[in-house]
Design a protein around this ligand. Structure first.
Ligand SMILES: Cc1ncc(COP(=O)(O)O)c(C=O)c1O
Length: 440
């Protein structure tokens, strides 16, 4: 066998092992989900090998008649689901959707407000010195929202004062960005519409994490609350393929379209547009039940962890109103989020370490932060309910608090997962969620 053939075979072996491992784990990564067999099926079509630059019906490429129809269905479903005047389904990810939004709403170097990373902000919102997309790619000057750690939310009064001071000092702000990667509570969008009107600032909202919840009317409704442009990832609480969307008021349509093409993309991963169309149809039918259960599960998981002695953030606010649960693990025997992440992975439980707002004061940074972030989306898709969240919390307790043998817990997790192998809340649910599909 040649060295190349060996590596070729090795690639398929690794993919299969990964798929098999996933079917044996409890995945609590808040930014992930598991898509249905139907979404997977749509994304392996020939669209993957084609181009369709431009807007459906006005393409720069030939051969697009079926692709156009799928993209138009996708746009139509998204417009209905989000009650949006305009939707562009071309961004190939949430970060690219954000770049489209920045390009449509601001000139390079313009100043914007966004959430700091330690407060849950995403790197695509961040300044140049951090290598953040807004600063490093577009040159935007980023000022961060004042944050109320108790409320775990943007401090409206302090942030408005900050914006007024900036204008008084001649430092114009052009854009207010809401949305986060740690997003347990809705952001105060409507509270800023008056100041946005007063100073002619555009309001943007990154719904990457909560786009599935918003689609079902189970979180805030940024377009109705005053956001001009809303971006999304399509694979977090919305269980679609990895892709993005931009939703907006009609007056932004031309600028957003030009930002997509010719601005930021040549091909826009047409197979994923097909997968996105499928998940949007699934969410039309099953979205409300799915998101209701995501929310119940997040609260149940938070409560069960709290009952077992974990410091779950924002207890006085009921822990969370989304899929996300943030836990301060600095006082556990493992002392930091990195150690917890590593040990849980050995026990077949996949989570993220996460910075906490107070980490910096405590001398901690992103390498060994004080927190972990958990999400209820994937386990919900697999059919787990509130009762099962107590089982999940117990597995975490045994690894993190009791420091039980991780190999033993891994075996038990694997056994536990045997009952939950199919996706729920979908038209077709027979193919196992993580089954490796071979075409060769
Ligand atoms: C708030 C937020 N915006 C954007 C993104 C990036 O999305 P994508 O990975 O689709 O580019 C993420 C990813 O987790 C996110 O949390």
């Amino acid at each position: 066998m040649t060295e190349h053939k060996e590596r070729y075979d090795r690639i398929f072996d690794l993919i299969e092992r990964h798929d098999n491992w996933m079917s044996n784990t409890i995945n609590l990564i808040a930014s992930e989900n598991v898509s249905s067999p139907a979404v997977r099926s749509a994304t392996v079509c020939d669209f993957r090998d084609r181009y369709a630059e431009g807007w459906p019906g006005e393409r720069v490429y030939a051969g697009c008649k079926y692709i156009d129809e799928v993209e138009l269905i996708c746009i139509d479903l998204a417009k209905k689901l989000y009650k949006a005047d305009f939707v562009d389904v071309r961004p190939i990810s949430g970060v690219v959707a954000n770049l489209m939004m920045y390009t449509a709403a601001m000139k390079p170097l313009d100043r914007m407000m966004a959430l700091a990373i330690a407060h849950g902000g995403h790197i695509s919102h961040a300044r140049q010195s951090l290598g953040g997309t807004a600063g490093a790619v577009r040159g935007h000057k980023v000022r961060t929202w004042d944050f109320d750690e108790e409320e775990f939310n943007i401090d409206v009064d302090a942030s408005k004062k900050q914006i007024r001071r900036l204008f008084e000092d001649g430092n114009e702000v052009k854009f207010l960005l809401f949305g986060a990667s740690v997003f347990p509570f809705p952001h105060p969008v409507k509270e800023f519409t008056d100041i946005a009107d007063e100073y002619d600032m555009t309001i943007g909202y990154d719904s990457a994490h909560v786009s599935g919840l918003i689609a079902s009317g189970r979180f805030q409704d940024p377009l109705r609350e005053g956001a001009d442009i809303v971006t999304a990832s399509t694979h977090k609480t919305l269980p679609g393929p990895q892709h993005g969307m931009v939703l907006a008021k009609e007056e932004w349509a031309d600028k957003i379209k030009r930002a997509a093409f010719p601005g930021l993309m040549s091909n826009h991963h047409l197979h994923n547009v097909a997968g996105l169309a499928v998940v949007l149809a699934e969410m039309m039918e099953y979205g409300e039940d799915f998101t209701d259960q995501i929310l119940k599960n997040a609260k149940a998981l938070a409560q069960a962890l709290h009952d077992k002695g974990f410091q779950v953030v924002a207890e006085h606010k009921g822990f969370t109103e989304s899929h996300v649960v943030l836990v301060d693990v600095a006082d556990t025997p493992m002392k930091n989020g990195r150690k917890v992440e590593e040990e849980l992975e050995k026990a077949n439980i996949i989570i993220n370490r996460n910075l906490l707002p107070w980490d910096k004061k405590m001398g901690r940074d992103y390498r060994k932060p004080g927190g972990i972030r958990l999400g209820s989306s994937e386990v919900t898709r697999l059919g787990l309910k509130e009762g099962e969240m107590e089982d999940v919390a117990d597995f975490l307790y045994r690894v993190v608090m009791k420091e039980e043998d991780v190999k033993k817990v891994a075996e038990e997790v694997s056994e536990y997962r045997k009952e939950y192998q199919k996706v729920h809340y979908a038209f077709d649910t027979e193919t196992p969620a993580y089954e490796h599909l071979r075409f060769k």
